[in-house]
Ligand binder design. Structure first.
Ligand code: VTB
Length: 334
């Protein structure tokens, strides 16, 4: 991978965000997702690379595009692996709520963990707490460590947790320390990455979300130097999701083993989930969010706001792009 890829990858997420944004607020989550998938795939096709989707919309038989194993790009050039989530937070997009975005992570061949479509217990925290907080420790202990590392009093810490039945005890425990809980309905990628920046008002992400999204968060946090750890969740009694109504713990363990994952309780560090020599995270807002704004449609242009974090040049670029319409007469500065 080289730096020229950064610009191309930016355009990939911008195009996906614009495509989904046309459907914001229409209550059509599948359509919003499909539009982003199509736009992402189309723009990827123009990149000189031998790209491969390692985390995508699912297996080939359940997803017509951006399925796991799909080859993307021109077919010549560097080998690049992609973990994509073209419309992260489809419910947020469909309901015109904050926090949906088009995201991907890219790395050299073999540089991203091929996460199964399972759940993952996650812990994300700012760079100052990297390696000090630990997913093996209790929430109470981690909050004390976080407070010490950040120099922020516990009552001033905000811990983001997905608003799910499985987190009832976790939320009670966090509140009992005096720290604030911010429950979110969706979008734990944005919450995890927000921990990597000071000033976002988000100090830590705790709890269980989807594993594929965990790899994308890990790539961003690795490039930022933030803390991220993940552990696969295979017990339906812990995940407490209707998605797994017909699944058993034993069946899930068998599925993991069949995928070659035998150390099922392994705790993955950010640099194991995103292990390539170089990793790039790219996200573009569909709706407004903590990190960047959503797509704005104007008379003569469309504006996108994005973030690219890259180990290639050790940068986090916040970009605003004006996409100019044919025949545009007036483009305002902001
Ligand atoms: C998780 C989370 C995502 O969807 O995948 C969630 O990681 C779905 O979780 O950020 P449930 O199955 O518990 O509803 C998101 O919130 C959005 O894609």
């Amino acid at each position: 991978m080289d730096r020229t890829l950064i610009q191309e990858i930016l355009e990939v997420v911008e195009q996906a965000a614009i495509a989904s944004a046309h459907l914001t607020g229409l209550g059509q989550k599948d359509e919003a997702d499909a539009a982003a998938v199509e736009a992402m795939r189309k723009r990827m096709g123009d990149i000189q690379m031998q790209g491969k989707i390692v985390i995508g919309e699912g297996e080939r038989d359940e997803a017509p595009m951006l399925y796991i194993g799909e080859e993307v790009g021109s077919g010549s050039g560097p080998g690049v692996d992609f973990a994509v989530d073209p419309c992260e937070g489809t419910n947020l997009c469909a309901n015109s709520q904050r926090g949906s975005m088009a995201v991907l992570a890219a790395s050299d061949r073999g540089g991203l963990f091929n996460a199964p479509d399972f759940y993952m217990k996650k812990l994300a925290a700012p760079p100052a707490a990297k390696g000090k907080v630990d997913i093996r420790k209790s929430a109470t202990k981690n909050i004390r460590i976080l407070s010490d590392c950040l120099g922020i009093a516990i009552p001033d810490l905000t811990i983001v947790v997905m608003d799910r039945a499985r987190h009832k005890d976790l939320i009670s425990e966090i509140r009992s320390t005096g720290a604030r809980v911010q429950p979110i309905s969706d979008g734990d990628v944005q919450a995890a990455i927000a921990c990597g920046f000071a000033g976002t008002g988000t100090h830590c992400l705790m709890g269980i979300g989807a594993a594929p999204e965990g790899v994308i968060s890990a790539a961003a946090m690795r490039a930022l130097g933030g803390h991220f750890q993940g552990q696969l969740v295979y017990d339906p009694a812990i995940a407490q999701t209707s998605e797994w109504a017909d699944y058993t713990k034993e069946g899930n363990i068998k599925r993991l083993n069949e995928m070659g994952i035998t150390d099922i309780d392994k705790i993955y560090e950010a640099n194991e989930l995103a292990s390539g020599e170089n990793v790039v995270f790219a996200g573009s807002g569909i709706t407004d969010g903590l990190l960047f704004d959503g797509v704005k449609f104007e008379k003569d242009c469309t504006r996108t706001s994005s973030l690219i974090i890259s180990t290639l040049d050790k940068s986090a670029r916040f970009t605003n792009t004006v996409h100019i319409k044919d025949g545009a007469k007036s483009i305002s500065l902001k």
